[in-house]
Write a protein that binds this ligand. Structure first.
Ligand code: FAD
Length: 382
């Protein structure tokens, strides 16, 4: 199908490019606007976690776009959890010992660049970096972007506007002004910091696992990178982070609770990195609908930002794109019908996965090391 209908996508993180690829494959004229500079030119991708767990939801979308093999080739399979118990014992638990299904750890940076490169293969698809959405009149499909390098604003019109501009979405702010659009944003009182184990010491951790140090009220995890380094993330209440404000406190905390990680990160690097960055906040978002005015749609974190404990934020965002594509197909590319049908199809699942992500924090930091009869009791009581 080819069409002269124009789709504007706001946000060139992970979900925006996947959506752009689906829509240009369908024959729409697509322009994606991203407020940051091209990561392939400025040399890095800012953003949250350094690496991400890719599972079946995202793989299906990548497969449909012909990118799955490329992405998995540079990813590290994680075949199970590797628990570092408080008593010093290590327990590997395979996700799927029978069929050997696993999840994959992929670099956010690589994934973002590979998706942007793939976009270059379509004539009906343009990317505009350094363009920040600053105003929207959704009912008429009018958008205003600030060109951040020149400070000039431009006006753009679209038949469909897709907001894939992340958890703090500007598009969502305009959509929320429409009747019957309910929105809920919840911060938890835990934050996170990321640390690194360099390749030199990376081989000392058992490979091909998602490592977890469950410590009841908080936890640390490590995901492998393809260069044998590991990205280590400490999730903990902000109050506890605040108490670690001197080197001595930090080191006695780590030596007491995570003694095996200290030699792998190295004391100097641990102290330097820990005090260089402030813990980041974590929140989740629920919307009662994902579309308004037969002209606008939210996908990915803009629609349903979730806590990272289920490793499904990006996965669910890619799945959004695959589902919207199939709904368009079903509705014969009648956009207004497809938007209604998409919200109906997706809302309950999006809310459910946000809840599962919240629950999985308790599972990972605590239940995973409890005997099963105590888990039953615990689950019955929540
Ligand atoms: P984003 O990646 O946030 O991209 C939004 C883009 O929009 C950005 O590039 C931004 O610059 C741009 N933008 C914003 N405002 C504007 C504007 N006004 N104009 C133009 N552009 C704009 N998910 C997983 O599936 N697996 C994991 O293992 C995993 N681990 C995680 C670990 C942590 C610590 C965190 C915090 C998240 C994790 N996630 C994981 C979730 C994942 O990071 C997100 O779900 C994913 O990044 C969402 O992609 P997105 O494209 O919707 O939003």
């Amino acid at each position: 199908m080819t069409t002269d209908r124009k789709i504007v996508i706001v946000g060139g993180g992970l979900v925006g490019p996947v959506c752009a690829l689906y829509m240009s494959k369908r024959g729409y004229n697509v322009t994606l606007y991203e407020c940051r500079s091209d990561p392939r030119e400025c040399g890095y991708t800012r953003g949250r976690s350094i690496n991400l767990a890719v599972s079946n939801r995202a793989r299906k979308a990548l497969r449909e776009l012909g990118l799955e093999e490329d992405i998995l080739k540079v990813s590290v399979p994680m075949r199970g959890r590797y628990l570092h118990q408080p008593n010093g014992k290590h327990v590997p638990i395979f996700y799927d010992p029978k069929n050997k299904e696993c999840i994959y750890s992929v670099s956010r940076n690589y994934l973002n660049r590979r998706l942007l490169d793939a976009m270059g293969e379509y004539n009906n698809l343009q990317i505009k970096f350094d363009h920040k959405l600053v105003d929207a009149k959704i009912e008429s499909g009018q958008l205003k972007f600030l060109q951040t390098k020149t400070n000039v604003t431009i006006d753009v019109r679209a038949d469909l506007i897709i907001g894939a501009d992340g958890a703090y979405s500007t598009m969502r702010r305009y959509m929320m002004q429409k009747p019957m659009f309910d929105y809920n944003q919840t911060y938890i009182n835990h934050g996170y910091v990321e640390l690194t184990i360099t390749p030199e010491y990376g081989h000392l951790l058992a490979p091909n696992y998602l490592h977890i140090w469950p410590r009841s009220d908080f936890m640390m995890i490590a995901l492998p990178n393809s260069d044998h380094s590991w990205t280590v993330t400490l999730f903990m209440p902000f109050k506890q982070f605040e108490q670690l404000d001197h080197r001595d406190q930090l080191m006695s905390f780590f030596n007491k609770l995570f003694p095996d990680i200290v030699p792998l990160i190295g004391e100097e690097q641990l102290v330097e990195h820990f005090f260089k960055i402030k813990p980041s906040a974590l929140m989740y978002v629920k919307c009662s609908k994902f579309h308004t005015d037969a002209k606008s749609l939210l996908l990915g974190d803009a629609a349903h930002a979730m806590l990272p404990f289920y490793g499904q934020g990006m996965n669910a965002g890619f799945e959004d794109c695959a589902i919207f594509n199939s709904v368009l197909e079903y509705c014969n590319d009648n956009i207004s019908m497809a938007l209604e049908a998409y919200t109906e199809r997706r809302r309950n699942d999006a809310h459910a996965i946000c809840e599962l992500a919240l629950y999985n924090y308790v599972e990972m930091r605590d239940l995973v090391i409890r005997p099963s009869f105590r888990i039953r009791k615990f689950v019955d009581n929540i």
